[in-house]
Design a protein around this ligand. Structure first.
Ligand code: NAD
Length: 260
């Protein structure tokens, strides 16, 4: 795996879950990282943890809601101001919305899911791509989901936005590949993060662990994913070692999305 020494990567949704796991993986390889999240308290805690584990890396925190265009512009600007340049973006912040059938889906929740999962990812690419162009190229990893490849019962808004992330990823790869900007999406299955724990809580509030065990029993590997597995894949896709993978939506789900 390539060394990230001297590289600067922005991670959104960095305070916990898959964002924090990717930040750990990148920091362990020497990257300097801008940690972006709208949960300021959790963001500060994540920064302190990372600083004590990885003293050779520098960490900048920027509080931002990725659904607000000005705040996205600001996290990119602050990164360039602090580190002098940026080499990559892990465009990860996202929400699940509520579990509800298509007909009953609350339209306000639907619009919020679009603002964060779709427009948040779009703004991230819109503001980082010109900086990557100035810097001779770079890497972008957007976070879709298996819900960006297949349908997921009772998650219409989530599935719609994650399919949109897959689509925007393909377009970015087509339009900016000539600038040495490789853009991919990852499509995680169930990885045990706070978001997924909350989903099991909604499925079975009296016994979320039973819902988790039931879900895992259908996976070819009979387990849920570990955030570290995702962090390692993301680090590869963001590294110079990835010289030719672009425009792909890569499932990381123990093989489950291949099952009929
Ligand atoms: P999580 O809820 O554990 O963490 C998400 C982080 O993003 C939190 O720190 C939260 O504060 C932040 N965030 C949410 N909305 C934000 C916003 N508008 N602006 C800034 N920060 C915001 O979730 P996770 O499981 O780590 O998921 C991360 C990404 O991975 C999401 O896009 C999610 O859809 C995707 N994903 C996760 C799984 C999984 O199994 N965990 C599966 C498929 C896709």
């Amino acid at each position: 795996m390539s060394d990230f020494k001297g590289k600067t990567i922005i991670v959104t949704g960095a305070a916990m879950g898959l964002g924090l796991a990717a930040a750990e993986s990148l920091a362990s390889k020497g990257a300097d990282i801008t940690l972006v999240d709208y949960n300021e308290e959790a963001l500060g805690k994540a920064k302190s943890e990372l600083e004590s584990k990885y003293p050779e890396s520098k960490f900048l925190t920027v509080k931002a809601d990725v659904s607000v265009e000005e705040q996205v512009k600001n996290y990119v600007n602050e990164t360039v101001k602090t580190f002098g340049k940026v080499d990559g973006l892990y465009n990860n912040a996202g929400i699940e919305g509520k579990q509800a059938s298509l007909v009953d889906y609350d339209i306000n929740v639907f619009k919020k899911v679009i603002d964060i999962n779709l427009l948040g990812v779009y703004y991230g690419m819109k503001y980082i791509i010109p900086e990557l162009q100035k810097n001779g190229g770079g890497r972008i990893v957007n976070v879709a989901s298996v819900g960006g490849i297949r349908g997921v019962l009772n998650q219409t808004a989530y599935v719609a936005t994650k399919h949109a992330v897959a689509g925007m990823t393909k377009n970015a790869a087509l339009e900016y590949g000539k600038y040495n900007i490789l853009t991919n999406a990852i499509a995680p299955g169930a990885i045990l993060t706070p978001m997924v724990a909350e989903a099991f809580n909604q499925v079975n509030p009296s016994d979320p662990k039973a819902a988790e065990a039931e879900y895992a029993s259908h996976n070819p590997t009979r387990k849920l994913g570990d955030p570290k597995d995702v962090g390692n894949l993301v680090a590869y896709l963001l590294s110079d070692e990835n010289g030719y993978v672009s425009g792909q939506v890569i499932a990381i789900d123990g093989g489950e999305s291949n099952m009929y």
